[in-house]
Design a protein around this ligand. Structure first.
Ligand SMILES: [Zn+2]
Length: 397
């Protein structure tokens, strides 16, 4: 439904949503599924086993499933997994997206459920709740729908590869066959009920300063000091928080071969984040100019490359994709909140392809560390939310 038309739409949820938390989800099945998912190794670009497992699962739930060629394009062993399930014809389809890969250390993960309902990893690995909690929630929601034969929307799911390396899988996915205009990406920390409606552009700066090598003792005057030029540029840049929406960091500097050689090459790596893509691009141009000035002053040259990892988006807070989620949270008595995030997700990539989405908190905590954990209660909550979204209705008012 076009955003303008949907603006005044009255959102109605099917009556069976009103069972409340824990009324429809099979807790044992959900936790068992989560533990199974955690036990499958799926580091970025090595998602094959996970992909095969999820394809079978989706087929068993009645989906038409395809895998794209992202694996070979990215040098991995598995593509993005896409599934479609027919639903009530008069309702618009919704897309649910999660990523299959987990950050390292991730080999041999094992989930342990504590008496307190907290689920942690057994050994020195991440748990992988980022993003397997989201995967488990989607599978459980679909299982409930199938088991109870609930009426539901047409449902699309996208299980992506290589999200943890700047959303590479989602970036190469072919969106031309996607039917939905709205998406829920389950991939955010925080209490279930929270959602991100805005995320930044993330640019990588790949800089190379080229000087001239010379003996540091016998002929220093014949050399051009690449490190000195780079250092001059870096000290003249404002780093850190540039304005309330923008940050700049220089995080890598490499150069020089020996202490008795004037260094010929200095490689510098940086990053810009901004809620405004325009601001991010303008700032990258400023950084480039500063490096060029500093290099030119001593006769060095600069190669400067900007890589756009993610492009900024902002979903209007009164968009139906937000209102529907709020309605679900209200019905399930969950604390709804909207927030900005300063990290990228698959939602950035989808936004570039005309799909309007928000990123839902989905029972993951202290991600990207071995202290990562989830809880039984939060997993149940996000599974209920997911199911409620899948069976929700929007009637033009
Ligand atoms: Zn994630």
């Amino acid at each position: 439904m076009p955003y303008k038309k949907a603006f005044n739409a009255q959102i109605k949820l099917c009556t069976y949503v009103k069972g409340g938390i824990g009324m429809t989800v099979d807790k044992e099945r959900l936790i068992e599924e989560f533990i199974k998912l955690v036990s499958i190794d799926s580091p970025s670009l090595l998602e094959r086993e996970m992909g095969d497992y999820l394809k079978d699962k989706l087929k068993g739930l009645g989906f038409v499933v395809t895998e794209d060629g992202a694996g070979s394009k990215l040098g991995g062993n598995c593509g993005n997994i896409y599934g479609f399930l027919e639903g009530k014809k008069e309702l618009e389809p919704l897309l649910f997206c999660v990523h299959m890969d987990t950050v390292e250390p991730s080999r041999g993960k094992q989930a342990v459920v504590g008496d307190d309902g907290v689920i942690r990893s057994k050994a020195d690995t991440v748990l992988g709740a980022d993003d397997l909690a989201g995967v488990a929630a989607i599978l459980e929601a679909l299982s409930v729908i199938k088991e109870k034969e609930l009426e539901h929307r047409p449902i699309e799911v996208l299980f992506t590869v290589a999200e943890e390396i700047y959303c590479k899988g989602a970036k190469v996915f072919d969106y031309s066959n996607i039917k939905s205009t709205e998406a829920y990406v389950l991939d955010l920390t925080g209490a279930v009920g929270a959602a991100a409606y805005q995320a930044p552009s993330i640019l990588s700066l790949v800089i190379e300063v080229n000087g001239k090598a010379s003996h540091a003792g016998f002929a220093p005057h014949k050399g051009i000091h690449a490190i000195q030029a780079a250092a001059d540029a870096i000290t003249k840049l404002k780093l850190g928080q540039i304005d309330e929406n923008t940050t700049l960091n220089i995080g890598v500097i490499q150069g020089g071969l020996a202490t008795n050689i004037i260094p010929e090459l200095c490689a510098v790596g940086g990053e810009i984040r901004s809620y405004s893509h325009k601001t991010a691009m303008e700032l990258s141009e400023e950084v480039k100019k500063q490096f060029e000035r500093s290099a030119e002053a001593i006769g060095a040259t600069v190669k400067f490359e900007v890589i756009t990892n993610c492009q900024a988006y902002e979903t209007p807070k009164d968009h139906p994709v937000v209102l529907r989620f709020k309605e679900v949270c209200d019905l399930l008595n969950l604390p709804f909140s909207l927030q900005q995030t300063f990290g990228g997700s698959d939602n950035n990539a989808m936004f570039e392809h005309g799909i309007t989405g928000i990123v839902l908190a989905c029972a993951m905590n202290q991600c990207h560390s071995c202290e990562e954990y989830t809880t039984v209660d939060e997993l149940v909550r996000i599974a209920e939310v997911t199911k409620a979204l899948m069976v929700s209705e929007v009637n033009a008012g």
